[in-house]
Design a protein around this ligand. Structure first.
Ligand SMILES: NC(=O)C1=CN([C@@H]2O[C@H](COP(=O)(O)OP(=O)(O)OC[C@H]3O[C@@H](n4cnc5c(N)ncnc54)[C@H](O)[C@@H]3O)[C@@H](O)[C@H]2O)C=CC1
Ligand SMILES: O=C(CO)COP(=O)(O)O
Length: 298
């Protein structure tokens, strides 16, 4: 394991624990830790586990030719690029995969059953990575649909903020179910327009992660939405917070993609307006409910 923070690397190497990000979980005795990136030179594969907005900077520092497994779920705000597109720009020709799916880190660390997707254009690499990462109750499934996995993981975070708002505003269980279903319709519309496969979008990394993140109290995106729903301001919520809330930076980028493909994404648009355009939360909810009635499935 490499960390940019030498104190975290030292704690992992010395105490076999990560007191900042995963306190209370002893790490395997075989885990080595370093704060010098050259220590990764001997790795067979590199898992890039950082916020989406940091992937470009960090990927650019990865020497060697080992496959890179992107674990970030989001879109780069400055360029509007999905994570595989960022990697292709920074490390052209380097073999890579996306690891995504419904997987709260704490539950994985506790050894609870978890199924995830590994997406890569190279089927042999997919099988190899799945075999290498499978452990106990952690089950990776592989797929070739890199775009679908990257898109689903990014959009679900924006929708999870909306789900948190539903919870925080006390809108009820009916609204929560409607949000997931209509939110998924938005994800599927954009994904299919971009060339993602419906099978992927209804799979672990799409619908699966959407359901987890919209329901799971461990979600940082949902927690932000819940706080907004209870009247907390975005800036106040984020002040001093150390952990990433991916949906906040990804929301405008999702909408930019939707505009490019002429896709309607009213729930994502409402989240973006509340987060970044000063929209009144109750007014945004009213506007969503006042949209013209339409045939389901559109
Ligand atoms: N925590 C979870 O349960 C899951 C997280 N993910 C995804 O993994 C990605 C990372 O999430 P978390 O680890 O939970 O976030 P986090 O905010 O808890 O931790 C981010 C880590 O990245 C490091 N980091 C941030 N900027 C960096 C930079 N420029 N260079 C190097 N390191 C940097 C931080 O020091 C920290 O160690 C996100 O895209 C998230 O959506 C995916 C599945 C589950
Ligand atoms: O992606 C996740 C679970 O699959 C984690 O979600 P949050 O980033 O909202 O905590």
């Amino acid at each position: 394991m490499w960390s940019r923070d030498p104190s975290v690397a030292a704690a992992i190497a010395g105490d076999r624990s990560n007191p900042v990000y995963l306190p209370g979980f002893p790490l395997d005795a075989g885990v080595e830790a370093a704060s010098d990136l050259t220590a990764l030179a001997a790795c067979d594969a590199i898992l890039l586990v950082c916020p989406a907005q940091a992937v470009r900077e960090l990927a650019a520092r990865l020497a060697g030719s080992a496959p890179v497994v992107i674990c970030a779920k989001g879109i780069e705000a400055s360029s509007g690029l999905l994570m595989p597109e960022v990697l292709a720009e920074v490390l052209p020709g380097r073999p890579f995969a996306m690891l995504s799916g419904p997987s709260f880190a704490e539950e994985v660390a506790r050894g609870l059953p978890t199924a995830v997707s590994i997406a890569t254009a190279d089927p042999a690499l997919g099988r190899t990575l799945a075999g290498a990462l499978a452990a106990g109750a952690f089950r990776p499934y592989w797929t070739h649909d890199v775009l679908g996995v990257a898109l689903g993981g990014a959009v679900k975070n924006v929708l999870a903020i909306a789900a948190g708002i539903v919870e925080g505003r006390g809108l009820g269980h009916n609204a929560a179910a409607a949000l997931i279903t209509r939110g998924f319709a938005e994800m599927a519309r954009l994904g299919q327009a971009m060339g993602a496969e419906l099978e992927t979008l209804t799979g672990l990394s799409g619908l699966g992660d959407l359901v987890l993140t919209c329901h799971g109290p461990l979600s940082r995106n949902r927690a932000l939405g819940e706080a907004l729903g209870k009247g907390t301001r975005l800036a106040d919520y984020m002040a001093g917070r150390r952990q990433v809330v991916e949906g906040a930076a990804t929301a405008p980028a999702v909408l930019a993609r939707a505009a490019r493909y002429k896709i309607e994404m009213p729930i994502c648009a409402a989240v973006d307006a509340i987060l970044h355009r000063g929209a009144d939360l109750d007014e945004a909810i009213r506007a969503l409910l006042a949209r013209p009635l339409r045939r389901e499935g559109k």
